[in-house]
Ligand binder design. Structure first.
Ligand code: AHM
Ligand code: MG
Length: 299
């Protein structure tokens, strides 16, 4: 990132600093009474966990320090936040502070997802993203960062010195894989096309099921090993469950940067023009072979 503007490097530093604080809190949350819910629901009607609130506050407080950031959009905030004191900031940061919150109480992997845009592009297509990444809090805390000029690179957190160290990259997603991830309890509410696709994955394509309940973990498995993750529309969530701006778009940007693909049930995720900040989308993401089979690229 040596050639990037100093403001961009400062922004990434603030994001990774917030992630280090979250990583530290996750490690002791069970000892600090920080597991379990807050008793509140967020704008999406989902129960807010104590760690969702902690992580959101940690990201916001750190990002407020960066004059480069003029706008924040978070899964945990009903409205976007415009920082009048940084109105000349070049960037908007859109983020999901804790992805996979239902894994928290079971001490399973969770993540944070982020997307960097110009402030004027918050409601433009995902192709306008400047960079995107995620942090996965698993056995190791890792950060995957996609910047078109450098590709997709992986950094591992070294807690004894408190730094994310370059580990490998640029990463290329395998063109096909052997596993798929979907919540098959929703099968009765899927469209015939989704059912047919999952039948193909289970049958002729002989994929194994791998579904952890945290998109970041399931996507990361596919980034390194190939395959496909899907959360299609169903009868409970006709427009899909996942959010376009801070889940679908950043992961689609990373997938494309690594040679993979991400689609809704109609088009490429990065071609969708968002109507509002908490918009949901179906998401089918992963290796080209599987995603092209679901929605041919030349359709
Ligand atoms: P969250 O950001 O509120 O945790 O919701 C997103 C999560 C994804 O990480 C995960 O893939 C999906 O929701 C799991 O949903 P379900 O429990 O319906 O399978
Ligand atoms: Mg999420």
């Amino acid at each position: 990132m040596a050639g990037e503007p100093v403001e961009f490097r400062a922004l990434i530093r603030q994001v990774t600093y917030a992630a280090k604080r979250v990583s530290a809190e996750l490690r002791v949350a069970g000892l600090q009474g920080m597991l379990g819910g807050t008793g509140r629901t967020n704008v999406q009607g989902e129960a807010v966990q104590q760690l969702d609130a902690y992580a959101n506050g940690t990201f916001v407080n750190n990002l407020l320090r960066s004059p480069a950031i003029s706008d924040l959009v978070s899964e945990e905030m009903a409205e976007g936040m415009h920082l009048a004191q940084h109105s000349r900031g070049k960037y908007a940061l859109l983020f999901d502070p804790i992805d996979g919150s239902s894994n928290l109480d079971a001490n399973l992997a969770v993540g944070s997802i982020f997307s960097v845009r110009a402030p004027r592009d918050v409601l433009a297509t995902g192709r306008t993203q400047i960079a995107a990444g995620y942090v996965m809090y698993g056995p190791a805390t890792i950060c995957v960062l996609a910047i078109p000029k450098y590709g997709v690179n992986l950094f591992t957190y070294e807690p004894t010195i408190g730094e994310f160290m370059f580990t490998r990259g640029p990463l290329t997603m395998p063109s096909e894989g052997r596993s798929y991830g979907v919540n098959d309890a929703n099968e009765s509410g899927w469209s015939p096309r989704v059912r047919e696709f999952v039948d193909w994955l289970r049958g002729p394509a002989a994929h194994s099921t791998r579904y952890s309940g945290a998109l970041v973990g399931d996507f990361h498995r596919i980034l390194v090993g190939g395959g496909v993750y899907l959360y299609p529309g169903d009868s409970r969530y006709p427009a899909g469950k996942l959010r376009l701006l801070y889940e679908g778009c950043p992961l689609a940007f990373i997938a494309e940067c690594a040679g993979g693909r991400a689609v809704s049930e109609e088009c490429d995720i990065l071609d969708i023009v968002p109507a509002q900040i908490h918009q949901r989308t179906p998401l089918i993401i992963g290796s080209r072979a599987e995603v092209d089979r679901f929605l041919p690229a030349d359709r």
